[in-house]
Design a protein around this ligand. Sequence first.
Ligand code: FES
Ligand SMILES: [Fe+2]
Length: 327
Amino acid sequence: MLQGAPWLLAHRAMLKPDKLMKVSLSGNDYVLWQDSKGKISCLPNACPHMGAMLSEGWCVTKPDNSSTVACPFHALEFDSAGCTVLPGSDKPTKSLIKPLELIIQGDFIWSYGGCEPKIPIPTVMNEIAAEYQFIGFTGDRSIKTDFLTLLLNMHDYNHQNGTHRQLFEIEEVQLKQFIDNGFHSHAYIDQPRTKPKFRDILKNPALLLMPKVLQAHLENFFPCMGIMHGESPLLSLKECHLYIPESPNHSRVYVLIFMKAHIPIAHLLKGNLLRLIEVVIEQDVDILGKLYANTPQHIKLNNEVGMDWVRRNYKNFPTVVEPNLSR
Ligand code: FES
Ligand SMILES: [Fe+2]
């Protein structure tokens, strides 16, 4: 499953100190936590005693403010190295479960899932974090779908018309440009919107503020993420979509949002933005749950170049092959 790709498992803000988070990656489950000093640890989720899910247990804070994870079954405690102290003993065992190797860059928690790295971690998240304000995370969902299907949906520029029809009222999708740089690509899209009806404007005057043509610049980093760069007079937005292959039939998606306000009032929109994107993800989850898997594709639409890019890279990972899909 794309072995050697980096995966952004979480943003630090998703880990409340001393709270356990279960993460799945390439068929393995892990427990991830942050102690009150900010140290982040990750162990396989199966307790080496009798297999209980450690993520269902709790954190125990130690005098030095580090923390261990306690198993919910018989309360053995494991430290970040996977060692425990058995009852009646006073010294820790050797490591009984091998921690998952993490690469922590600021607030970003990356992992190669224990595989040898084949492609580098994109530096773009660090660049965004240095310049933009972090607004929050939203839409964290585990979807019952294989990873290729998830990626195809996320790079499908036509599904706005169906899946997200009511939300954006897009009339048509015009792909202006696609720049293919191997595992990195840009798509520039114009999406003219239906003219709002008078009665809808009376109901929601904010509709008048929506642009007639929604312009999107999508920057894609195969296979782990896609960024929507949004510009408006109010704010600049970075909507970062993260993708994680959890198992052959489950894939996870979540969104990190960063912004730069051009006028102070833009700060008031933060909550709305998070909710709006949550709805977008919910609509994707819904349609992905209603597909017949492996249906042969007998029709090809315009603007499917993003999906062609995904298929080419998926099939040949970690090598990039022709054709180059720039247009
Ligand atoms: S199963 Fe975890 S302590 Fe027994
Ligand atoms: Fe979507």
